[in-house]
Design a protein around this ligand. Structure first.
Ligand SMILES: C[S@@+](CC[C@H](N)C(=O)[O-])C[C@H]1O[C@@H](n2cnc3c(N)ncnc32)[C@H](O)[C@@H]1O
Length: 299
């Protein structure tokens, strides 16, 4: 970065800070890098472009929507209005699923609630031979996840991938994979065959709505955030689904509200799962519940 660029970053950071943006220095640097990548410089037409993007970020539009992309583990993913933006803490959740999937020769991984496809596509590129099924209830998310899949297949988003490794369907949790015909043959009849069930579902209680930053309240879709009145509805449904969709001994990994570790442990145990663990993230907060379907269970 040149001295002129550094001066531009400093002046953008000052504008963002004045607008109350929580991370003005990091965001200013990203915006300047983005414009430099597109136009070669932040002068002239690059300067006009930068000015427009800074105005959008100052109005508290998330940085990822302003630049249209985000980075998740090894991938650069498209982001679009109306679809949940992947968060850094979810990289840990994906990592648990990836470590488990690597223990199997050709694992089947299911990811309901895929959003941009961040977790599913990370598993696909980081676990050779894995086959992944993913769903989302929101058609806009399904379109974006498929677009990101196409970019990965084209080598535009990260490491390469085999064409028929990933199946993304529209619908509720895993139910789309009960209706054969709409997808690839290997993805039909997966009940009792899944090695890893991983998800970052909506898990916040409805009462939290008033406390969100503008970036979340005005841009993340409500259906991606709120998991029913008490927040735990979708987590509970996923834990219950794990008892039939996992093969005996298979692992479920679900991102949770950091305030709900004890609830998640109780719910997993009540669902009949074993080896229940609550995993902390790098800040020490409870971030995921993991559990296994009993090896003694019948398919
Ligand atoms: C918190 S976002 C997570 C997105 C993505 N997995 C990530 O980590 O970035 C939750 C996603 O679940 C989807 N969703 C909510 N309820 C669902 C359901 N019953 N079945 C499938 N998807 C659902 C939402 O549309 C949203 O895309």
């Amino acid at each position: 970065m040149t001295g002129a660029d550094r001066a531009t970053v400093a002046s953008v950071a000052a504008r963002l800070a004045a607008a109350g943006v929580p991370s003005p220095d990091v965001d200013a640097r990203r915006l300047v890098e983005h414009v430099t990548e597109l136009t070669g410089s932040c002068d002239g037409c690059g300067g006009a472009l930068l000015d427009g993007l800074v105005a959008r970020r100052s109005a508290r539009e998330p940085l990822q929507l302003v630049i249209g992309r985000t980075w998740f583990r090894e991938l650069e993913l498209r982001c679009a209005p109306g679809v949940f933006i992947p968060r850094p803490e979810t990289e840990i959740v994906a990592g648990i699923a990836i470590d488990e999937a690597r223990q199997h020769p050709s694992p089947i991984v299911a990811e309901p609630c895929t959003g941009t496809g961040a977790i599913a596509l990370s598993v696909a590129v980081e676990v050779p031979g894995a086959r992944i099924v993913a769903t989302d209830l929101d058609p806009a998310a399904v379109d974006l996840a498929r677009d990101n899949l196409a970019r990965v297949l084209a080598g535009e988003a990260g490491p390469p991938l085999v064409a028929d490794q990933v199946e993304i369907l529209h619908g509720d949790l895993l139910t789309p994979f009960r209706s054969p015909g709409a997808h690839q043959a290997w993805a039909a009849h997966l009940e009792g065959e899944v090695d890893v069930l991983v998800s970052n579902p909506p898990y916040l209680p409805a009462a939290d709505r008033g406390s969100w930053q503008p970036e979340v309240a005005d841009h993340d879709p409500d259906g991606a955030l709120v998991g029913g009145a008490d927040g735990h509805e979708v987590v509970d449904r996923l834990l219950s689904a794990a008892t039939t969709w996992l093969r005996p001994g298979g692992l479920v990994v679900i991102e949770i509200d950091e305030r709900r570790g004890a609830d998640a442990r109780l719910a997993a145990t009540a669902a009949g799962l074993v080896d229940v663990r609550i995993v902390a993230d790098l800040t020490g907060a409870d971030r995921a519940v993991t559990a296994r379907r009993s090896r003694a269970a019948h398919r």
